[in-house]
Ligand binder design. Structure first.
Ligand code: PEP
Ligand code: MN
Length: 350
């Protein structure tokens, strides 16, 4: 829309699109308003019809295949609201918890500790995508119940993975955010079902997924009219063997340029080693991530999955302190309403 266009002009366009059986998505930025419209079999003369309407500056075709996810469709950043937490704004939202939900004690102890240290969302896997069929597969619905209990006690919203289209409604009944794992980035029936749930979805990048494929995967969710999508960079497979994956930090600013969707980083799966989590968490904040997802366990040596990359409760608190310090010069917010851990705790932290 032209910079001097009015709300009536915008309404007029949206109404005209409606008459043609199309729905316009209006995004108002500080500088200009953009009306995005996506449809199959547009009338050929659509650009000409709209271009001459009052208040219109110009009509441009979105050439990307991930149309809803593109900045052309929506120039302003998307904020995904989960209860009282906003992902996609100035706050670095930290999601933390165990790789797998193992027991009531483990989940509740972790939930209280990560909340005290400044986590805003609790993570925990109930349905686990394990490389070996003989590894611990997760507690299933029992795990979801335990996560819900942790939310009740702490007030932290929950994020947990869903692996199958048939489980989406079950997981959505318990969880505040559906997590789609790296191994399922291109499980298209799962993406569509997660889209239809109308729940916020965090889509992890596949370990061999290009950014273009990742955004197309997000488009599958958005094509079901679910715009609450969060992207998660969790490391890609490279020739390097010293780390489990190579956390592609460049993906964060690349995606922020291409898309309006929030991007979070996972330095746990992105490195596979607990002592690399804090430095890569700081780096993720520095490159502009909107959030982090981090694995934390009260006793990583005894964890049923991903112990080597899990932070202890103390080292999680130390990571949060580092993030608070770095956030200041970057003018970002981390863990509002909480402060540095007591000195006694900090001494044992790495
Ligand atoms: C997880 O978050 O526990 C997980 C399995 O992650 P990814 O899908 O990135 O491997
Ligand atoms: Mn894990």
């Amino acid at each position: 829309m032209a910079s001097d266009s009015t709300d009536e002009h915008v309404d007029g366009i949206v109404r005209r699109l409606g008459e043609m059986g199309l729905s316009g998505h209006t995004s108002k930025g500080a500088e200009r308003t953009v009306i995005g419209v996506i449809g199959v079999g547009f009338p050929n003369e659509l650009p000409e019809i709209i271009e001459v309407m009052p208040g219109v500056d110009h009509v441009a075709r979105i050439t990307k295949s991930w149309k809803h996810a593109s900045r052309e469709f929506k120039p302003t950043d998307t904020i995904v609201k989960v209860r009282d937490v906003e992902i996609g704004g100035n706050e670095l939202v930290v999601m933390a918890g165990p790789c797998s939900v193992e027991s009531r004690e483990q989940v509740l102890e972790t939930a209280h500790a990560v909340k005290a240290a400044g986590a805003r969302i609790m993570r925990g896997g109930a349905f686990k995508p394990r490389t070996s069929p003989y590894s611990f597969q997760g507690l299933g619905e029992k795990g979801l119940e335990l996560l819900a209990e942790a939310r009740e006690q702490t007030g932290l919203p929950i994020i947990t993975e869903v692996m199958e289209p048939g489980d989406v409604s079950l997981v959505a009944a318990y969880s505040d955010i559906l997590q789609i794992g790296a191994r399922n980035m291109q499980n298209f029936p799962l993406l569509k079902e997660a889209g239809r749930s109308q729940k916020p979805v965090m889509l992890k990048r596949g370990m061999a997924g290009t950014i273009d494929e990742w955004l197309n995967a997000a488009e599958y969710i958005m094509s079901e009219k679910n715009f609450q999508v969060i992207l998660c960079e969790r490391g890609i497979r490279t020739f390097e063997t010293m780390v489990r994956n190579t956390l592609d930090l460049s993906a964060v600013p690349v995606v922020k340029r291409l898309s309006h969707l929030p991007v979070v980083a996972d330095p746990s799966h992105g490195t596979g080693k607990w002592y690399l989590v804090k430095p890569l968490a700081l780096a993720s904040l520095a490159v502009g991530a909107h959030g982090l997802i981090v694995e934390v366990h009260p006793n990583p040596d005894a964890a049923l999955s991903d112990g080597p990359q899990s932070l202890t409760l103390e080292s999680f608190a130390s990571m949060m302190d580092g993030l608070r310090t770095l956030a200041e010069p970057l003018e970002r917010i981390v863990a509002p309403g909480t402060s540095r851990v007591p000195a006694a705790f900090a001494q044992v932290a790495v």
